[in-house]
Design a binder for this molecule. Structure first.
Ligand SMILES: Cc1ncc(COP(=O)(O)O)c(C=O)c1O
Length: 344
């Protein structure tokens, strides 16, 4: 496929049928967002930045400042510097060396806060970001947690999936800012208002009412706060996996499907594979896979790291446990959202 600019090449990711296991019935298609230049958030950065330029909120050459330690940082770095903006990323010491190398190589300015604020690293990063905004009048802050152009960026993902599959009956996606799952769900429901939406979170994330466990090891999905872009009313069912289960699923995804991905794709894989065994063969399940595995080589793909964290076996049960929505969970469990209809 030919594109005149790298920014134009963002999106149009492959929709690939998964092999699954013997219990599978419905087809599961993975939307390989990891095959964007960096990952899923390239779409978000592209849409937010182009819209801000179109509406005069981001002027030519003005700096862009964002707080992120992962896929959003890479997306903003890519699109922002490509379009001639200075890009400043505020992050904390937990950033991995591969992401650092990517950001440096693109010519980004990286600001690493060195101690936690009143509410952990997140608040320290926001304090630094506001200092930078004050120091750089005219600077633009994409604000992925609250900017409606984060979910709006996934209208195109939905159109691509419909062009590839004809219909989507169940959407499965991980949740952090809420942009990818809620934005894709909103757009796909315009094609099929009865589509079921299944969110994948981690144990110890507050997005669906669990108590916060900031020591959780999974990256990307989960949160210690509920972002404005999370729209619970779109979601029918939520699954939570613990760290060992998420890592086990990510290893199974590589071993069995030959997809080397991050842990949010692994958890989405486990949930979509199980859902496939619960519904009829005619259904199409769409599963969103956000990023590649390269950022995780020294963590979930490193046996010494796993041992150090007390993870010895990488066990993943075949079945989640159904619980009431407000039950505190420690292993793979799922709950129906209040008022949601069960898929058949
Ligand atoms: C690797 C990865 N997976 C999943 C997510 C969650 O996606 P969203 O923020 O769209 O809810 C993120 C968000 O940063 C991510 O980086």
């Amino acid at each position: 496929m030919r594109y005149e600019t790298l920014v134009d090449s963002i999106g149009q990711t492959p929709t690939v049928r998964l092999r699954l296991n013997q219990q599978a019935r419905a087809k599961v298609y993975a939307k390989l967002e990891m095959q964007n230049p960096f990952g899923m958030k390239d779409r978000v950065a592209k849409h937010i930045i182009l819209e801000a330029k179109k509406h005069g909120i981001l002027r030519d050459g003005a700096p862009i400042i964002e707080s992120s330690s992962g896929t959003m940082a890479c997306g903003v770095a890519l699109v922002g510097t490509y379009l001639g903006h200075e890009v400043h990323i505020v992050t904390d010491p937990r950033i991995d060396s591969i992401t650092m190398a990517k950001l440096h190589s693109l010519g980004c300015h990286i600001h690493i806060v060195n101690k936690m604020g009143t509410n952990g690293w997140q608040s320290a990063r926001l304090e630094r970001l506001h200092e930078l905004l004050n120091d750089m009048p005219g600077a633009f802050w994409p604000q992925q947690y609250d900017n409606p152009n984060n979910p709006n960026a996934y209208r195109l993902l939905a159109d691509e999936a419909i062009a590839d599959l004809g219909h989507v009956d169940i959407l499965v996606g991980s949740i952090g800012s809420g942009g990818s799952l809620c934005g894709s769900a909103r757009a796909l429901k315009t094609y099929n208002p009865n589509m079921q939406v299944v969110a994948v979170d981690c144990a110890g994330s507050v997005i669906f009412g669990q108590p916060d466990r900031p020591e959780r090891l999974q990256g990307g999905l989960g949160n210690s706060l509920i972002a404005g872009n999370v729209d619970h009313s779109l979601i029918d069912e939520v699954h939570w996996l613990n760290d060992e289960e998420a890592f086990a699923a990510t290893h199974e995804l590589a071993r069995h499907e030959k997809i080397f991905a991050g842990n949010s794709s692994g958890s989405v894989y486990a949930v979509a594979r199980w859902l496939s065994s619960q519904v009829s063969e005619q259904m199409n399940i769409l599963a969103i896979f956000p990023d590649r595995g390269d950022r995780y080589v020294s963590t979930l793909y490193n046996p010494d790291y796993l041992l150090d964290k007390g993870i010895r076996t990488l066990k993943l049960s075949r079945e989640p446990q159904q619980v009431d929505y407000d039950t505190v969970v420690h292993s793979w469990s799922y709950a129906q959202m209040i008022g949601a209809e069960k898929y058949v």
